[in-house]
Write a protein that binds this ligand. Structure first.
Ligand code: URP
Ligand code: ZN
Ligand code: ZN
Ligand code: ZN
Length: 486
């Protein structure tokens, strides 16, 4: 049975125009005027945009002595309720010597029966040895073309510069893209001990021990290592001007560097950690921490100017009870916040309705750029014939006040509690199926499909071609021009 979306305005990353969309099965069959289908989806007074892609989630992630409470089911339910139809989650091997393949199987086993949205994976590199080197190729063969490296979380997930260089070089050879959590883990660990010794045990100590310079330094270092290895690099959760500045400068030098701010860092500030209510502040503990307004302005400017390309959530949600593991020692508060359901409405409200970004830039940052960078365009991130029919019928007048009481997430709070949003999905459509309609989820767990991502032909080839052309070379000299007899 076909479906036709009628009466709406299509907002793509590159243009805005009026047309109907015909969906046959799971894909877009036609775009144009006066299309006819078996079922009509009304988009009067609404925008039709590509379904959102969240490139950064941690559903059910084992971390800091516990496991993120948000499941693949509740997390993807939250996603579709907010207009996001694809999530990309991070697979974490079991320790520095853990098998990548075993971890990928474990993540797949957890995700598959639960997901209501489509999903893909990034692989984390948390150690370095011969088997990891070998397994990276098999991981790429399984449709995972991105490898994440943590420069923070010393003693846990952190890798050192030599390990990053080795892994980045392997990525270059495989046509894969390295991702980096950029914070100087040694300095963070030292500052944590200093603040604890000074008696700062509350959540504010978390922010104090991770100042923007610590992030800026690591971002510069990651970019340098990527350049040395001849590979593009993607910096996750860019929270501050120092890190943005490093990315901006590298891009202007011709380096392929991508930057991902989170909706939280764009809209919430460090004052959250000074709240007198311990639970309130601890619920907002994540790395990097929220920053001040000047940093937020920098991130917004990055989105409109193109030096930052995508907006994610880093959805990694722990309950209040889990956050209390860090009572008396902020270093034990599980790091992470939620946002899957709220990313698109909050970004629209704070970005588009204020004029900071255009509707087209909104689509680029929440979907199209992500699909291009992760190499799933135009299957995802596009409204084109043949693309997956992942669409959101967006009602720019619809409003609500964000509240934990009304959310799909199973967490007992929401970091955006009380924020009034204007702009919400009327329908969310995933591969031709209406999964969210008039405030109701219509999706069955397990319906989501794995999105395999091929290695990158273009960017890595361009870089390696340029690297080869400009590489240091031996100078061959005419023996007649060599000094003799000395
Ligand atoms: O605090 C955060 N961001 N938690 C999730 C893990 C990570 O660093 O991305
Ligand atoms: Zn991170
Ligand atoms: Zn993360
Ligand atoms: Zn139907």
């Amino acid at each position: 049975m076909s479906k036709v979306i009628k009466g709406g305005t299509i907002v793509a990353a590159d243009r805005t125009y009026e047309a109907d969309i015909l969906i046959e099965g799971e894909t877009i069959a036609a775009i144009g005027p006066n299309l006819v289908g078996d079922e009509v989806i009304d988009a009067t007074d609404a925008f039709i945009m590509p379904g959102g892609i969240d490139p950064h989630t941690h559903l059910q992630m084992p971390f800091m002595g516990t496991t993120a409470a948000e499941t693949f089911e509740s997390g993807t339910m939250a996603a579709i309720s907010g207009g996001t139809t694809t999530v990309v989650d991070f697979v974490i091997p079991d320790g520095p010597d853990g098998s990548l393949i075993a971890a990928l199987d474990a993540w797949e086993g957890r995700a598959k029966p639960q997901v209501v949205a489509d999903y893909s994976f990034h692989m984390c590199i948390v150690g370095w040895n011969e088997r990891i080197f070998e397994e990276m190729q098999a991981v790429v063969g399984r449709g995972v073309n991105t490898f994440k490296h943590f420069m923070a979380y010393k003693g846990a997930l952190m890798v050192n510069d030599d390990e990053m260089f080795a892994s980045f070089s392997r990525c270059a050879a495989l046509g894969a893209l390295p991702l980096v959590h950029a914070e100087n883990g040694d300095v963070v660990a030292a500052l944590q001990q200093k603040f604890l010794a000074d008696g700062v045990t509350g959540p504010e100590g978390h922010a104090f021990s991770r100042p923007p310079e610590v992030e800026g330094e690591a971002t510069n270092r990651a970019i340098m290592i990527a350049d040395a290895a001849g590979v593009p690099v993607y910096i996750v959760h860019v929270s501050c001007e120092q890190s943005h500045e490093a990315i901006r400068r590298a891009r202007q030098k011709g380096m392929r560097v991508y930057g991902e701010p989170l909706v939280q860092h764009l809209t919430l500030d460090e004052g959250e950690y000074f709240n007198a209510d311990w639970d309130y502040a601890a619920r907002r503990v994540m790395s990097p921490p929220f920053r001040n307004k000047a940093h937020q302005d920098s991130l917004w400017a990055g989105l409109s100017s193109g030096s930052l390309q995508v907006v994610a959530t880093d959805h990694c949600a722990f309950t209040t009870a889990q956050k209390r593991m860090g009572l008396g020692d902020f270093t034990r508060i599980p790091n992470g916040t939620g946002g899957l359901e709220d990313r698109m409405p909050v970004l629209w409200t704070r970005g588009v309705t204020t004029g900071r970004i255009t509707p087209n830039e909104f689509v680029a940052a929440t979907s199209t750029n992500i699909a291009q960078i992760l190499n799933i365009y135009p299957q995802k991130g596009a409204i084109l014939p043949g693309s997956d029919a992942d669409l959101v019928v967006w009602d720019p007048k619809k409003t609500k006040t964000i509240s934990a009481a009304g959310q799909r997430s199973i967490i007992d709070y929401n970091v955006f509690e009380g924020v009034e949003v204007t702009g919400l999905p009327r329908y969310t459509i995933s591969r031709g199926e209406i999964v969210w309609k008039d405030g109701q989820n219509e999706a069955v767990p397990g319906r989501g499909k794995f999105v395999a991502r091929r290695p990158f032909p273009a960017v890595n080839k361009a870089l390696s071609t340029w690297k080869a052309l400009t590489a240091p070379r031996l100078v061959t000299r005419d023996p007649k021009l060599m000094p003799v007899g000395v």
